[in-house]
Design a protein around this ligand. Structure first.
Ligand code: 13P
Length: 250
């Protein structure tokens, strides 16, 4: 049985006080979250230690949104996987399309980041997805296939077992346009098939999340699909009511 996961990517939103309040609101409502659903929140770096204190013992897991591609040293402004592990942080989003688009995050860098995260016992959440032009020109399978192969095929099966994949079509992020459940399922199944080329039956154990304008109104239909194991939520993760409602959408 694959894990059902609802993860909230807060992106660059909320100040520390607001973030702590949101985490408190979620921690206080965990009895409303189905027991077989894992809730993960990914606040900004500045919030991590305060939020870690708030959610301790609540069942909510903590994630970072990125980590450095170097282990330590003279890299001003960077945050290492070891620093995150010391918070402690259990998960780290890597390769989000906003990082690929604005911060030159390449598959090459992601190979380093994923290895560093895993070496600190942090579970990576690797994001993949196509932009509108790539979808319309039919290049989406090549793009997503390369994002999977170039990064995840460098891992051992033991390492791969710790990874979560998130399919986030770039054209659906923050736009209000959601992939239809059939469009999303087609890519989730493709990702699983691609993973099986290298990892065989282990591919069936890997959780693959959908992200891109996922909200209470469409989560149920998406999560009902065979290869969709939950969601990576942006905007709707900033409202406790919506985030909890999405967790109840299985
Ligand atoms: P939205 O849910 O705001 O579209 O963002 C999705 C996302 O990028 C999550 O990582």
């Amino acid at each position: 049985m694959r894990k059902k996961i609802v993860a909230g990517n807060w992106k660059m939103n909320t100040n520390v006080k607001e973030g702590v309040e949101l985490a408190k609101a979620l921690a206080g409502r965990m009895s409303e979250v189905p027991s077989d659903v894992k809730l993960i929140i990914a606040p900004p770096f500045t919030h991590l230690t305060s939020v870690a204190d708030i959610i301790k013992g609540s069942g909510i897991a903590l994630s970072a949104q990125n980590c450095a591609d170097q282990s330590k040293g003279a890299y001003t402004g960077e945050v290492s996987a070891a620093m995150l592990a010391s918070v402690p942080v259990e998960f780290c989003i890597l390769g989000h399309s906003e990082r690929r688009q604005y911060y030159e995050e390449t598959n090459e860098k992601l190979v380093k980041k994923i290895a560093l995260a895993l070496s600190e016992n942090i579970n990576p959440i690797l994001c993949v997805g196509e932009n509108l032009e790539e979808r319309e020109s039919g290049k989406l399978f090549d793009v997503i296939g390369a994002e999977i192969r170039d990064v995840l095929f460098t891992l051992s099966p033991e390492q791969m077992a710790k990874v979560i994949v998130a399919y986030e079509p770039i054209w659906a992020i923050g736009t209000g346009k959601t992939a239809t459940s059939d469009q999303a399922e087609e890519i989730h199944a493709f990702i699983r098939k691609t993973l099986s080329e290298k990892f065989g039956a282990l591919a069936d154990e890997i959780s693959i999340l959908y992200g891109g304008s996922c909200k209470p109104a469409n989560a149920k239909e998406l999560f009902a699909m065979k290869d969709i194991d939950g969601g990576l939520i942006g905007g709707a993760a900033l409202k406790a009511d919506d985030f909890i409602a999405i967790s109840q959408s299985y």
